[in-house]
Design a protein around this ligand. Structure first.
Ligand code: APR
Ligand code: ZN
Length: 374
């Protein structure tokens, strides 16, 4: 293999500053000890990537965005044992080090080696593997998948079934785990229950799928973009609400529609007002509100204090609470065995060099998920 041990020059997307994304030739160094260099095959455009490019989620500029990725291992650094060159892999926005308190806890998945909160933009040794025009380029979430080659820590990558279709499977690493997982694994939606899903983009659509697969009897979908409604209906939404057309707050309407509030509410947008609305849509005694959306780090939620003691649960979830290296290969296998159908969650596929077009379609609100192919 002629790239082994050498710096690779390839095409990558760089956010030089807020709201500026350009395709550049970058140099990608070989992996150091405990690291893996991956030749990307596909990556999805997630709402969180848009948030990083816009500077809503705090990151270091200039950086290479992207976290929802699939690829093939090109080379490995010293000591790497869980993957080898040629393996099909997924990148992990939250790693699994298997040593920290979160990894050792039976339920936790927010590994202490994550680089989201706060984000250093650097590998575990405090350095970057990317340069462009002589300048150091930061990583995002230690995944940076908007590039033909990336380098990630071994704990941020997992081998998947060799039969996995690489043009689609990337969405398991965020959209499916995050959305579907929020419903079936984090909230554990029960048969016959009522649900409301705020946001019917990529993540919200996967939540709807999880609610439906769990046997929910009613799924209320909330979005300001009615173009999202037909696809959401096909996935299982039974009632739609567009908050901008309502004369009263959306939570009041949800409470009237259900009589007592829903059993399960999900927020898949990342706005504090929709998080509060999701909470206020829940049944006072047993409702479970699951927050999936990522908001800016300095924002606070304001909830009616007296309505907290009544028994409701407010829960956050990241990547469906799945321990990523243990569980993501199982999700891939479940897809290959036709136990989860991820296909309807991908509405667009474009070559990587048409990244700008892909963002245009995303910003126009046309996509559930647009996947870039390398
Ligand atoms: N009320 C209702 N719906 C809204 C509102 C609002 N105020 N603002 C935006 N939306 C809808 C959009 O129209 C879109 O359909 O929310 C949806 C967001 O979907 P995407 O942009 O596709 O984002 P997605 O990838 O689904 O991520 C959603 O989850 O992982 C997190 O960080 C991510 O916070 C983001 C959220
Ligand atoms: Zn994501």
């Amino acid at each position: 293999m002629d790239t082994l041990g050498k710096t690779i020059t390839c095409l990558a997307a760089i956010a030089w500053k807020k709201n500026s994304l350009s395709l550049e030739k970058v140099e990608v160094e070989p992996p150091k000890a405990g690291e893996v260099r991956i030749k990307m095959t596909s990556t999805g455009i997630c709402g969180s990537d848009d948030h990083t490019i816009k500077g809503i989620i705090s990151v270091k500029y200039p950086f290479i965005p992207g976290h929802e990725g699939a690829g093939i291992v090109e080379s490995i650094g010293e000591g790497v044992s869980s993957v080898k060159p040629g393996d099909k892999v997924l990148t992990l926005a939250v790693p699994q080090c298997r040593e920290c308190s979160a990894c050792l806890h039976p339920k936790g998945n927010f590994c202490e080696k994550q680089d989201l909160l706060p984000s250093s933009g650097l590998m575990l040794d405090g350095t970057s593997r990317f340069t462009c025009k002589g300048e150091k380029i930061y990583h995002s979430f230690r995944t940076s998948t908007f590039t033909e080659y990336t380098v990630v820590p071994e704990i941020s990558v997992v081998k998947i079934d060799a039969a996995a279709p690489m043009d689609k499977i990337c969405i398991i690493s965020c959209e499916v785990a995050t959305g579907y997982g929020a419903a079936v694994h984090s909230a554990q939606v029960t048969p016959g229950s009522t649900c409301v899903v705020f946001g019917l983009g990529g993540i919200g659509s996967a939540v709807v799928m999880g609610c439906k697969d769990s046997g929910a009897s009613r799924i209320i979908g909330v979005d300001i973009n009615e173009e999202k409604f037909p696809r959401a209906k096909a996935l299982g939404v039974t009632d739609f609400l567009n908050p901008s057309n309502l004369k009263k707050p959306v939570q009041e309407v949800v409470n009237e529609m259900t009589g007592t509030g829903v059993d399960f509410a999900f927020e898949a947008i990342g706005l504090t007002e929709t998080m509060v609305a999701a909470w206020d849509s829940c049944n006072l005694s047993h409702g479970v509100c699951t927050i999936i959306g990522v908001s800016a780090p300095d924002l606070k939620l304001s909830l009616s204090a007296v309505e907290v003691f009544t028994g409701r649960t407010l829960k956050g979830t990241c990547l469906g609470d799945y321990k990523t290296r243990d569980c993501f290969p199982q999700l891939v296998t479940a897809y290959l065995q036709n136990k989860i159908n991820i296909d309807p969650l991908i509405t667009h596929q474009l070559p990587f060099d048409q990244l700008h077009k892909a963002f245009e379609v995303y910003h126009a609100g046309k996509t559930i998920r647009c996947v870039l192919l390398f």
